[in-house]
Design a protein around this ligand. Structure first.
Ligand SMILES: Cc1cc2nc3c(=O)[nH]c(=O)nc-3n(C[C@H](O)[C@H](O)[C@H](O)COP(=O)(O)OP(=O)(O)OC[C@H]3O[C@@H](n4cnc5c(N)ncnc54)[C@H](O)[C@@H]3O)c2cc1C
Length: 169
């Protein structure tokens, strides 16, 4: 939207002073970033559940692919990382309920969960093989949808900048 020559009465300024609106926006972004922890964890859990099911059903070389150690390692890493994503999300959400001053932790949860999700979705697609890439299988949709999470509501690079600023360097 473009407003040209648009005059706003001083008493209507958002945040009480010029530039004051950004602080309000930052508060909204903070809670939004915690919610991304949950969105990423949910997507990761769904991809993991599908991968476990598929790995048990898909037979190659006369055995379910879940019986191969290489598949087990991927699934076990996913399970452990999802657990970490979930616990970090819960702990930062709890902190947010106590104090709203969690700018750094909110950036950390979004960065960690969104980046970890990429690894989980990539491994999920790998376990699904060629089928994973096809439109008919839901894993492809999770892969594309999940890719957004390192971009929207502040990219991963911006989360790193926030963390660096809050850490004082
Ligand atoms: C599907 C979708 C839904 C969206 N929904 C919303 C929404 O509901 N509300 C809303 O407000 N926005 C929304 N967005 C916009 C989204 O928040 C922006 O796309 C995002 O913030 C990145 O901004 P940009 O696209 O302008 O990328 P740019 O800012 O141009 O960034 C491009 C690249 O440069 C990097 N970069 C930029 N600046 C720096 C820097 N200082 N240091 C290091 N790296 C840097 C970025 O990390 C990125 O990798 C949505 C975007 C998409 C794709």
């Amino acid at each position: 939207m473009v407003f040209e020559d648009c005059r706003i009465p001083a008493e209507n300024i958002i945040g009480g002073k010029e530039g004051g609106g950004f602080a309000i926006l930052e508060d909204t972004l903070t809670s939004g970033r915690v919610s991304y922890g949950a969105r990423c964890t949910g997507t990761a859990q769904a991809a993991y559940d599908l991968s476990v099911k598929y790995a048990k059903e898909r037979i190659q070389f006369g055995k379910p692919i879940a019986s191969f150690q290489g598949t087990k390692f991927k699934l076990a890493d996913m399970a452990a990382n999802i657990e970490a994503m979930r616990h970090l999300t819960y702990s930062v959400a709890e902190l947010f309920m106590q104090t709203k001053k969690i700018r750094k932790q909110a950036a950390m949860v979004k960065l960690f969960a969104a980046e970890m999700l990429q690894k989980i979705l990539s491994d999920s697609m790998q376990i699904h093989g060629g089928y994973g890439y096809m439109m008919e299988y839901p894993i492809r949709r999770f892969w594309r949808d999940g890719r957004l999470f390192t971009i929207t509501e502040g990219t991963s690079e911006i989360q790193r900048l926030v963390i660096a600023r809050e850490e004082g360097y």
